[in-house]
Design a protein around this ligand. Sequence first.
Ligand SMILES: Cc1cc2nc3c(=O)[nH]c(=O)nc-3n(C[C@H](O)[C@H](O)[C@H](O)COP(=O)(O)OP(=O)(O)OC[C@H]3O[C@@H](n4cnc5c(N)ncnc54)[C@H](O)[C@@H]3O)c2cc1C
Length: 470
Amino acid sequence: MATTINYNSSNPRVLIIGAGLAGAEAANFLANRRVPVVLYDLKQCRHTTTGQQSGLGELICSNSLKSKELGSAHGMLKYEMKGLDSLILQAAEEFSVPAGGALAVDRHKFSQLITETLCNHPLIELIDGQEVCDPPACALKHQCSHVIIASGPVTSSKLESWIGQQAVVKSDNLYFYDSIAPVVNAESLNLDQLYYKDRHLDGSAEREADYLNIPLNKQEYLELVNDLLAAQKVPLNKFEKPKYFEGCMPIDLLAERGVDTLRFSCMKPVGLELPSGARPYAVIQLRRENLLGSAYNLVGFQNRLTHGEQLKVFRKVKGLQTATFLKLGSVHRNTYINARESLDYTMQSNQIRGLYFAGQISGVEGYTESAAMGLYVAHQLWQRLSKPETLPSQWPCETAIGALVNYIMTWERPTPSNINFGLMPPLDVTPVKGKKRWEVKKLKKELISVRAQQAFDKFIISSVDQGVTI
Ligand SMILES: Cc1cc2nc3c(=O)[nH]c(=O)nc-3n(C[C@H](O)[C@H](O)[C@H](O)COP(=O)(O)OP(=O)(O)OC[C@H]3O[C@@H](n4cnc5c(N)ncnc54)[C@H](O)[C@@H]3O)c2cc1C
């Protein structure tokens, strides 16, 4: 039988568990609409201003929030997030670092702005360094009428077991593995052996390239593949089956799929010709980590190797012989729930009314997607609070956010997903004579993007018409 978290609904106050990307967005959205928020995180977050601790809205691995281009699926998501006053995007744009068409950030400054904004908000009470193990008990303590769980892919084990035991989630055995790429100190790179070039920028462009590249010949490439295969890996727990997310596969696992897999994926040389015009056999790309350019991320080099083996293998690569690593690669367990079985379209638990899930734990994958789901849930809750007599309106699935929600609520085999065009309703484009296939594909994406923007704008205007201020 369903229970409810509803201690004082005439006086709404929201408990948010987790001050990552989704939690930060939800807290900011609600507090800006005068809903008081109690925001918990088990990490010590406040001290980030001294530069000693990770702050709120931490980017755990890559520093990229993916494409900014409106014609891309990530660009569409950003358009909608902006329309909902996204704090994450505001901070990202303020502290972006050059990364071609992608929105990459100086992660420390990014997190610092989010931390300061939320800590200084008069309607947000931040309680950091404390784990929430029993959400209803915590809500009662703070007299909160609603709860949002935004505890992310690395939800603490006590909270995870509460979620399972309280039957909020029927299939409590859902998880997959995700991995972190190494970060190297720029000063320790041998720049004589590297070159600057962006994949989609020809030499005639006025702006300088943002990526550093290591060109490999066939022998160097094969040696690296062999080293990755032979290196010792960190073993998984015996009781856990390895289920990896396809978009963030460990590089050593990709190498196991075939000798050429890497040079057709993260080490693809296409568009990365050397200044001489020659195309290398394979390329390792390094993306700036911060504005100063003092650190670089080895793009796609997330891996399961032990730390000692990573140092051995990567320092054999040219340009990296004297590299000092600020962070080494690793693999982590990720928690997510089966939204289709456990939640309604507003991401509210079927079992405990008033309890919502946001961010990666709801079944999406990626920084931008998790933040967007924080905004989505906050918007749904805000609609419920401001117009209790009407049901929150269903988000159109032509929009990027609507497509994500539609995906997690209808999936057959639960696997978290990034935003992509495959999630959008199809669009019929009559073949145009004389146009190549890639040209039609590009046109289709542009039309889907325009359709999404129009659907989003109309949806927001109609929410305002119904008395829900945005
Ligand atoms: C190892 C790893 C690497 C990743 N790399 C990338 C990447 O490169 N690019 C990308 O787009 N996505 C990446 N992701 C995917 C994911 O989208 C991000 O992790 C994203 O940060 C998720 O956002 P979130 O707000 O849902 O959770 P998080 O940002 O993880 O925030 C959750 C917060 O909840 C807190 N918390 C957990 N349990 C409790 C509790 N019981 N009480 C109080 N607080 C609690 C945590 O301390 C944390 O601060 C990665 C995920 C993992 C695990």
